[in-house]
Design a protein around this ligand. Structure first.
Ligand code: MN
Length: 139
């Protein structure tokens, strides 16, 4: 008898793009959601809840990609991105902004603020995957 194998039908993104990822998100539910999506894609992301912790985490261990919530209690995503760029320069990770509400012109605004990509909550898994792909495989 043949076993059904639904699991391996879609290759995991991590097989195409092996990455170290840091999640910066202060909302526990959103943080868990991002963690589980990325884990399902084969990643082992770490998560912090504030911009200050992004800096200390990157000091400890640099990553390839940061998913950066814009609104966080101590230091928000825009300020954190600016600091990351200043501090780590060419060694800085790629940064995808994750915003609570989509507003017209957001993408431009966050790209100007030094982010490499942008998604707005609530997002679909495919939106996240295609943005990661876009940012990490940019020409
Ligand atoms: Mn937030």
């Amino acid at each position: 008898m043949k076993k059904a194998s639904f699991k391996e039908e879609t290759p995991k993104l991590s097989e195409e793009l092996p990455l170290s990822i840091l999640i910066a998100e202060d909302n526990v539910i959103n943080q868990k959601l991002l963690l589980s999506i990325l884990e399902m894609q084969g990643y082992q992301p770490e998560a912090v809840a504030d911009g200050r912790d992004v800096i200390s985490s990157l000091n400890e261990k640099m990553v390839d990609l940061v998913l950066m919530d814009i609104q966080m209690p101590e230091m928000g995503g825009e300020e954190t991105t600016k600091l990351v760029r200043e501090k780590f320069k060419s060694a800085a990770p790629k940064i995808i902004a994750v915003t609570a509400y989509a507003m017209a012109g957001d993408r431009e605004k966050y790209l100007q603020a030094g982010m490499d990509g942008y998604i707005s909550k609530p997002f679909k898994i495919d939106d996240l995957i295609s943005e990661i792909r876009k940012v990490m495989i940019s020409p």
